[in-house]
Design a protein around this ligand. Structure first.
Ligand SMILES: Cc1ncc(COP(=O)(O)O)c(C=O)c1O
Length: 398
């Protein structure tokens, strides 16, 4: 009999979206004919852009001919895509060597798999509330997790506490679920803290494309010294609607070298290269080909148009919350809007209240950590018409 990874017993039931679906289902059964509007899901609704679709078709045709057919590709991704991503970084103000970019099939996989590089006895610092994958993947490995509170007092942007010694630090900016975004000065404080403590920052920038304020960083590498302490995860999921097509990239700078217990120097870039090429056989060629089309001028313009569409939804949501005097974060530089549940309600209580009285579905903050207990997340990924209708109903409710 195999002995099992019993750390799995320590995972909390991942019931957030299942429980939402169950409650919506019960409501639908007992209220047939009521039109429910969903502003809870973090998935995009717009299809792939013209450039990406053209590239996909072209790549499929290439796979049909012996002269252009591609079989196994380089595990870390094709040069053409890694160079295109490096160019994208450059245009956004960060210098990232293509050789340090690893193409993958999702920021979810990579933010989870990166734990393979670190021993089990590391102390892990995680913001609360946050994207639950960081916590669950470290619980699976049995690591000790320290939480840092994201609250209204710190604008949901926790900063380092000199009394806390962490080895691995997860930061997510713009943040899911709060929509809060660190500025360069704040990230510099994190970079200085990490370097002083010889810690590594695992920086999730899955929503960087939603940052419209030119003063705000879209990459941690816009901050001096970040290459000495940070790994960055980014994704085409929300940038270009690749949630179903699957393509992401992770940057592991060569400067990230730490001393092992036997005194040997170990490079995280080399370790990740070894891990990636041992356990992963590459993102499909046709997907990488389409991803490269996304990073062209025309491709980027199309993505910006879609993002602008979503951000109009965010504005509709934010306008109503502002009018009602409900405190919120996000809605600019982020597709998420995070607000305090009205009338002192807890998040699941508010979920039921909103469903019952306005037939609008959102995401209870409690699903993202204990600091979300009195908060609620709405997303801007819906259609204009349904978002407008949902917010009209919301407006009438309070
Ligand atoms: C913060 C954050 N990181 C990563 C992901 C996953 O992205 P991907 O689709 O690239 O796996 C998500 C998806 O919702 C997310 O919210």
């Amino acid at each position: 009999m195999p002995s099992l990874n019993e750390n799995y017993q320590n995972l909390e039931e991942s019931y957030l979206f299942a429980e939402i679906a169950r409650r919506v289902n019960v409501y639908e059964q007992s209220h047939p004919g009521k039109k429910i509007i969903r502003l809870g899901i973090g998935d995009v609704t717009k299809p792939l852009t013209k450039k990406a679709i053209e590239a996909l078709h072209e790549a499929v045709d290439m796979q049909a001919s012996p002269d252009t057919f591609r079989g196994y590709g380089p595990e870390k991704g094709y040069d053409f895509l890694r160079k295109a991503i490096s160019g994208y970084y450059k245009r956004n103000g960060a210098d990232v060597d293509p050789d340090t970019i690893f193409i993958s099939d999702g920021a979810k996989s990579d933010t989870g798999n990166i734990t393979d590089l670190f021993a089990k006895d590391n102390a892990v610092l995680v913001p609360d509330p946050v994207y639950p994958v960081y916590v669950d993947t470290n619980i699976m490995d049995g690591r000790k997790i320290l939480y840092m509170d994201g609250t209204a007092e710190n604008n949901f942007l926790p900063m380092p506490d000199e009394n806390v010694k962490a080895d691995m630090i997860y930061l997510c900016s713009p943040n899911n679920p709060t929509g809060a975004c660190y500025n360069k000065e704040q990230l510099k404080v994190w970079v200085d803290y990490a370097r002083k403590n010889q810690a590594v920052i695992l920086f999730d920038s899955a929503y960087e494309a939603f940052v419209s304020d030119p003063e705000l960083p879209r990459s941690i590498y816009e901050v001096e010294g970040a290459k000495e302490c940070a790994i960055e995860f980014a994704s085409l999921s929300k940038t270009a609607g690749f949630t179903g097509t699957r393509c992401s990239y992770t940057v592991v700078p060569k400067e990230l070298v730490f001393t092992a217990s036997n005194g040997k120097k170990m490079s995280l870039n080399e370790m990740w290269n070894r891990r990636h090429s041992t356990k992963f056989n590459g993102t499909p060629f046709i997907v990488q080909y389409a991803a490269a089309a996304v990073f062209t001028e025309e491709g980027m313009a199309e993505c910006r148009e879609n993002i602008a569409y979503y951000m109009e939804n965010a504005k509709m949501i934010a306008d109503v919350l502002r009018k009602k005097g409900i405190p919120f974060t996000g809605g600019v530089n982020s597709p998420y809007i995070w607000f305090e549940c009205p009338k002192g309600m807890e998040s699941w209580e508010f979920f039921d209240y909103l469903l019952e009285n306005a037939q609008v579905v959102g995401t209870p903050g409690a699903g993202f950590g204990r600091n979300g207990k009195h908060y609620f997340r709405l997303t801007s990924f819906g259609q204009h018409e349904s978002t407008a209708e949902a917010m009209e109903r919301f407006d009438r409710l309070f």
